[in-house]
Design a protein around this ligand. Structure first.
Ligand SMILES: Cc1cc2nc3c(=O)[nH]c(=O)nc-3n(C[C@H](O)[C@H](O)[C@H](O)COP(=O)(O)OP(=O)(O)OC[C@H]3O[C@@H](n4cnc5c(N)ncnc54)[C@H](O)[C@@H]3O)c2cc1C
Length: 258
């Protein structure tokens, strides 16, 4: 008997398309961007490495320069104010950023990667219009909250729950090692929406805004910041955090609609 067809939604196609067309579109523009980032790293970031390690924060004037260079929106589509780089182009820029402390790239990294790409691939038009322009400009910092005290590599075993309550989801759980947790304005939180399903299929991704009642972020220990020489990676406790249902999702890849 033939295997059943696998249905691919529009978001899956856009994901595949992004990587299929991974080639340099305009070498001169890319070279100008790469050279500008290289100068920024040499003249502004490397001289501030010691200060960042000491204070565990990137000085605001440097963050403003990062915003002006478009570094928060490297991977976000141009339609939402980003540079819309292909993966190959983005890697070229990442090589330049890799010449300095990872602390700087951590601040940018979530907006270009795990903090925004769920929205790019699977967000609703309203969610994209609401969040992506602010993520691309760096006005808003994104975080991705998957890891928990009892769940790391085996991510599908996570225990944070999201229970429907009328027009809201009620979240309960604790996350840890969340990059930019103390700076982020929005968190993509992975939580179990089907308590009966202990596999990854029982998990959904919910957008939680920092100001949501019940959400708290604790700063990391000094030891972590010193040893890793990277930015604070923090614990976030979500206690009875209420999300309007219209703001929930995108779903985790492969998960079923709830
Ligand atoms: C700098 C940094 C930033 C991070 N940022 C984020 C973030 O933004 N959001 C987020 O959700 N998480 C983040 N994490 C967490 C990261 O995803 C987890 O650390 C990772 O999933 C591993 O989980 P764990 O630390 O609990 O280690 P564990 O899963 O406990 O693993 C410990 C060790 O055991 C090994 N191991 C585990 N399972 C097996 C197995 N079955 N067989 C053999 N060996 C095994 C692992 O390889 C590892 O060496 C970050 C981590 C770091 C270090």
């Amino acid at each position: 008997m033939p295997a059943p067809a696998i249905e691919a939604g529009p978001s899956l196609f856009s994901h595949v398309g992004r990587y299929d067309v991974a080639m340099i579109r305009d070498p001169e523009t890319l070279a100008a961007l790469r050279d500008g980032v290289a100068r920024f790293v040499r003249d502004r970031l490397i001289p501030n490495e010691a200060l960042v390690a000491e204070t565990d924060s990137v000085p605001e004037p440097i963050v403003a320069e990062m915003r002006a260079l478009g570094l928060f929106g490297l991977s976000i589509p141009e339609a939402y104010g980003g540079l819309g780089l292909t993966m190959e182009e983005e890697v070229t820029i990442a090589f330049e950023l890799g010449r300095t402390s990872p602390a700087f790239r951590s601040l940018l990294g979530t907006n270009n990667g795990i903090g925004s790409q769920g929205l790019v691939f699977a967000g609703t038009p309203e969610q994209k219009a609401d969040y992506l322009p602010r993520l691309a400009s760096g006005e808003l910092i994104a975080a991705f909250a998957l890891t928990e005290p009892g769940s790391g590599s085996d991510a599908a075993s996570l225990s944070t729950s999201a229970r429907r309550d009328g027009g809201h989801y009620v979240l309960n759980g604790t996350k840890r090692y969340i990059t930019n947790a103390t700076e982020a304005g929005i968190f993509t939180v992975m939580a179990r929406t089907d308590p009966a399903d202990k596999s990854a299929h029982g998990i959904s991704a919910l957008i939680v805004e920092r100001e949501t009642p019940g959400s708290r972020s604790a700063s990391s220990t000094a030891r972590w910041a010193t040893v890793a020489r990277t930015r604070a990676t923090s614990s976030s406790r979500i206690v009875e955090s209420r999300r309007r249902r219209s703001s929930a999702a995108p779903r985790a890849p492969g998960s079923r609609p709830r």
